[in-house]
Design a protein around this ligand. Structure first.
Ligand code: S3P
Length: 178
């Protein structure tokens, strides 16, 4: 079975765009976890968090991931920004031998995108709230297998080319680390 690649990082780091381009180049499906949740629950992550609270959203997120990974045959998943933070999810990634990639963008770059985007992000409403969350999460993102520093000045193409170098250079090592 082909390996599933998960792309993680804070809100606004570029997960979905990078996942889409990486999947295109590898010729595998691209899966947006937030879209999967929306299809399953009939509400977006933002609507779920607002209506039912973050813990209820996290439970749905984990169930969606588990169901997906049980039947997945490879692909690139763009996670929501908090999915990697949950230990139950990281356990699932390990269990299913996923390869994890962290897009490590500075807070200022993420905030610029969060604050100018039309997307509703209830966990990133104010700069203070978002920055505190960013700082808390950073050490956990750093547990991902591949670290990709992002300055915000690169194109999606450049970022994906850098990821491909990592994938080619040590493809066998990564499965060992799981
Ligand atoms: C969240 C990030 C969002 C979405 C939800 C919660 C988070 O996804 O899953 O609003 O906890 O960081 P993006 O990272 O795609 O914005």
């Amino acid at each position: 079975m082909k390996q599933t690649i998960v792309i993680t990082g804070f809100m606004g780091c570029g997960k979905s765009k990078v996942a889409r381009e990486l999947a295109r180049r590898l010729d595998v499906p691209m899966i947006d976890l937030d879209d999967q949740i929306t299809a399953r629950a009939g509400l977006t992550p933002a609507q779920l968090i607002t209506a039912a609270g973050e813990p209820a959203f996290r439970a749905i997120e984990t169930n969606t991931l588990r169901e997906f990974l049980q039947t997945a045959e490879g692909g690139v998943i763009a996670l929501g920004g908090g999915a990697w933070i949950e230990i139950a999810n990281r356990y699932l990634f390990k269990q299913y031998g996923c390869l994890s990639i962290w897009l490590d963008a500075p807070f200022a770059v993420c905030w610029e995108r969060i604050s100018t985007s039309a997307d509703d992000r209830p966990l990133g409403k104010t700069i203070e709230q978002a920055e505190a969350r960013y700082n808390l999460r950073r050490p956990i993102y750093s547990l991902a297998q591949i670290h990709v520093p992002v300055t915000g000045a690169e194109s999606v193409d450049q970022l994906v080319s850098r990821i491909e170098v990592h994938l080619e250079r040590a493809s066998t090592d990564y499965t060992d680390k799981n």
